[in-house]
Design a protein around this ligand. Structure first.
Ligand code: GTP
Ligand code: MG
Length: 570
């Protein structure tokens, strides 16, 4: 099987050659409309791939710096954009700004230099509230109070606001129904759901605001987002997982002199690393609760397997989970980011499957016996490793490609894998997104969950080491099952929905758009949209019954034909 570099991996599907404008054209023998459609498809997929080629730590560092130069300002709907920007520009050049709505109108403003932020904060005043007192904690979350910046007449100023929430499902179904192919439907769903540039900036800004609180105690600490906020699979409205990293402080221990005098910090001792994490999170959680502007509903969940502080950040609308000493989760984030960037089909399939799972209640935002998005993503990755030829490599293969800088051992677990996209060679699998979606449902409709576990490290099914209904190996702590929480009922529902969706995705009424007499799509749900409509459990039972009936019919006719063969007359 021929191998070739990523970045061209999808081109083989349509045999692309660039036209005079550098826009890829399709050279397969199909009608001109279809050529244009496929050319656009290929262009989008390649664009996506290119975006995914930067290593995550580079992207994180860039976003972190932008966030440190940014402020979040609560405005009034009547704010005059021009006057507002002119006023702020007194403190220096503005790189980027945008407005959004979340229980009020907000502006995110990024300056070219941090001195501008310092100057702006210097000029800001502590509010004088007549009947209340304030905690005098100065942050980069501000109110715009100057009335001369507001348009007269009390009318809204027509500011363009960037959406920070996802498209309602009915609207999404309607939108994708007008697409020409299932492939385009899946890409359109990704486009409508994925985090926007602005939403991503806002996530880093909220981390940066929190970091300002934490650095009061630990000046060298950082707070960075992890999970779906940065792994490439996040949708608008997903939670904000934050990682408080104290490694920069601990790192100084490495530089102890070999001889002569030296000084050591006197520090409080604790029984375990976990106890240290709990005490730090407890104090920071308390500060967030008492001093953090806009932080409400703070809960300290310190006895969880991974201790955390949960709260709502009202100005952004994000549900936040702050954890510490959680470097393995950071590694899983990097791994998913890498997989998502290797081949554009990975992200499109994950977005479609996650959306499908959510609308059918397979996943939920409430913790419980449901399959989590993280587990579901692992299932998609495993499925893609099981294609012939595989679409993505196994984690063991990625580990073999790692260089010295990629070496990572966390709590005795080897978390090493390559971070350089260019080192990964992909096999030339040419399956379309439409084929993959249908094959995904079929794969898990018939998967032997009672005996086998899902293991993306090996890319192979293995016998289950324990009896949980669903066993998905934690890729970096291989003795753990990331889906231990899933009960039989939830797994059965998942399998039943896969069976129903597999059946539906092969029906011609699902596969073809409904056309009006003029030949245009009617926007009646078809393809992926049809799979997002409610599937009745009765329907599933009915289908199972029908399948059983069909099977028993087949057995009956087989027996009849065998009998006939055995009979002396035949
Ligand atoms: P959303 O549902 O969109 O929030 O997806 P998510 O990937 O952010 O999942 P979640 O917020 O539940 O968890 C955040 C991150 O923590 C994940 O991306 C993983 O990196 C890690 N994580 C979540 N669950 C587990 C688990 O069971 N085991 C391990 N080792 N890591 C986990
Ligand atoms: Mg999350």
């Amino acid at each position: 099987m021929g191998c070739h570099r990523i970045g061209h991996s999808y081109a083989c599907v349509f045999t692309v050659s660039p036209d005079s404008n550098g826009v890829p054209l399709c050279s397969v023998g199909i009608g001109s409309d279809a050529v244009a459609v496929h050319a656009e498809t290929v262009r989008k997929l390649q664009c996506d791939e290119q975006n995914g080629h930067r290593a995550l730590h580079i992207l994180q560092e860039e976003r972190r710096k932008q966030a440190q130069r940014s402020v979040l300002i609560s405005c009034q709907v009547t704010t005059n954009e021009k006057k507002f920007l002119k006023y702020l520009s007194q403190h220096g050049d503005i790189n980027k700004f945008f407005f959004y709505e979340s229980y009020g109108l907000y502006a995110v403003v990024e300056f070219s230099s941090s001195e501008s932020v310092a100057s702006l904060l210097e000029s800001s005043v502590i509010p004088s509230v007549s009947h209340e007192c304030v905690v005098p904690f100065k942050s980069r979350l501000l109110w715009l109070r100057n009335h001369s910046l507001v348009d007269s007449g009390g009318q809204t100023s027509g500011l363009v606001c960037q959406a920070q929430t996802t498209t309602p499902i009915n609207e999404l179904i309607h939108r994708i129904s007008t697409q020409e192919s299932i492939e385009q439907q899946m890409m359109s769903l990704t486009e409508a759901s994925q985090l926007t540039e602005e939403n991503s900036r806002l996530r880093f800004l909220v981390c940066s605001l929190l970091e300002d609180i934490a650095t009061a105690y630990f000046p060298e600490c950082t707070i960075t987002p992890f999970g779906s906020s940065v792994n490439g699979f996040g949708k608008l409205g997903c939670d904000l997982d934050m990682f408080l990293n104290l490694d920069n402080i601990k790192g100084r221990n490495m530089r102890l002199p070999k001889s002569g005098l030296s000084l050591e910090y006197q520090m409080k001792r604790a029984n375990s690393e976990r106890a240290v994490t709990q005490s730090i999170l407890s104090v920071i959680g308390e500060c967030v609760d008492q001093f953090g502007p806009g932080c409400v509903g703070v809960q300290k969940i310190l006895n969880a397997r991974c201790p955390l502080v949960r709260f709502s950040h009202q100005p952004s609308g994000f549900q936040c989970d702050l954890t510490a000493n959680n470097r393995v989760a950071m590694k899983s984030t990097e791994l998913l980011y890498l997989y998502g960037g290797l081949d554009a089909r990975v992200r499109h399939l994950v977005f479609s499957v996650r959306c499908w799972a959510r609308v059918h209640g397979i996943t939920s935002s409430i913790p419980g016996a449901w399959i989590t998005n993280f587990s579901l993503t692992m299932m998609v990755l495993f499925f893609l490793q099981r294609r012939n030829p595989p679409i993505i490599p196994t984690l063991d293969q990625l580990q073999q490609l790692a260089g010295p800088a990629d070496k990572s051992i966390i709590d005795g677990n080897d978390c090493t894998f390559v971070s350089d996209f260019a080192k990964v060679q992909l096999q030339s699998n040419t399956e379309t997104l439409e084929q993959l979606l249908s094959a995904f449902f079929e794969f898990y409709a018939t998967f032997n969950f009672s005996r086998l576990s899902i293991n993306i490290r090996k890319g192979k099914e293995q016998n289950k080491p324990e009896m949980s209904p669903l066993h998905i190996l934690n890729p970096f702590e291989t003795s753990l099952n990331i889906s231990k929480n899933v009960n039989v009922t939830q797994l059965d529902r998942f399998v039943a929905l896969c069976q129903e969706s597999s059946w539906l995705s092969q029906q011609s009424r699902t596969l073809n758009p409904k056309k009006s007499t003029s030949g245009k799509n009617t926007a009646m749900p078809w393809g992926l949209a049809a799979l997002l409509l409610p599937l009745q459990v009765d329907g599933i039972k009915g289908r199972k019954k029908k399948t059983r009936e069909l099977a028993s019919e087949r057995i009956k006719s087989l027996l009849v034909s065998l009998k006939k063969k055995d009979s002396p007359t035949s």
